[in-house]
Design a protein around this ligand. Structure first.
Ligand code: AMP
Length: 273
């Protein structure tokens, strides 16, 4: 991979990287389309990164669809698929990890200890191997984008990070590989996440000035859906620090993480005040 990248870079070509864990959907493909419009060479990576999964998480059953993924990547005109084996990325003796302090412990990090260290470490490795000019990430994983931006800035990485909007199903549910876990009733119930975000954003636009009231509105909506088995967080957060807000700023982040049955789903929506 590195030799291939070097060859392209030495000819003055730009490389756009789209890192994924596979089971590709329109959300992933939107990143690829954007990368394609801005770079000479497109690299997509598929790597289900074991170190970002907790012990009781879904590493073993994470959806995989190699044939479908290859067809989609070909269809989008991706030049290179980088699909390393786990032992190539984490050979015996591997012992260097990247931890982005503070940001990694909030929101999802509080429920997934070590997750963002796993993410930052593998993204750093992908950056070092592929040496992309630009790398593309989805806003759906907002905290992930914050952690990666921080890492790139702190470690002087010369890579332009492009954050792309969340792609949704027609009923608003954010596309996610994990949606495949949902049975039809759960899939139906999952629409409450987007509804809670959207109605909250409308309340703010129509003059609600109280983040605590918005948080209560979200919790009330989520609690009213019987198939939601756990609300991990739902509320209004500082878009830079990810701390919960008592007062709105100009830019704010509405964010939700819930479990429906055993499936953990997240979504967010930036709102101006
Ligand atoms: P994943 O395969 O879930 O690790 O996601 C790979 C990349 O696709 C990440 O940058 C995600 O944020 C992005 N992504 C996942 N779902 C969506 C979506 N619905 N809309 C836009 N980007 C997404």
């Amino acid at each position: 991979m590195r030799e291939t990248s070097k060859r392209h870079l030495s000819k003055g070509k730009t490389i756009g990287l789209v890192p994924t864990m596979g089971a590709l959907h329109e959300g992933h493909l939107s990143l690829i389309k954007r990368a394609k419009s801005e770079n000479d060479i497109i690299v997509a990576s598929i790597f289900v990164n074991p170190i970002q999964f907790g012990q009781s998480e879904d590493l073993d059953k994470y959806p995989r669809d190699m044939d479908g993924d290859m067809a989609k990547l070909k269809g989008e005109g991706v030049d290179i698929l980088f699909m390393p084996e786990v032992k190539a990325i984490y050979p015996e003796g591997f012992s260097t990890y990247i931890t982005v302090k503070d940001l990694s412990d909030k929101l999802c990090g509080a429920f997934r200890p070590g997750h963002f260290t796993g993410v930052a470490t593998v993204v750093c490795k992908l950056f070092n191997i592929i040496v992309p000019t630009r790398a593309y990430f989805g806003q759906k994983d907002f905290q992930q984008t914050a952690v990666i931006k921080r890492m790139a800035e702190d470690l002087n990485m010369d890579i332009e990070l492009i954050i792309c909007p969340t792609i949704r199903e027609s009923d608003g549910l954010a596309m996610s590989s994990r949606n495949a876990y949902l049975n039809p009733d759960e899939r139906n119930a999952a629409t409450v996440i987007y509804k809670a975000l959207k109605t909250s954003s409308e309340l703010i636009k129509s003059g609600n000035t109280n983040p605590a009231g918005i948080k209560k509105h979200m919790h009330d909506m989520l609690t009213a859906e019987p198939l939601i088995s756990e609300i991990q967080y739902a509320g209004v957060y500082n878009i830079d620090t990810l701390d919960e807000l008592n007062e709105f700023n100009k830019q704010n982040l509405l964010a939700i993480a819930v479990k429906i049955g055993n499936t953990r789903l997240i979504d967010n929506m930036p709102v101006e005040f």
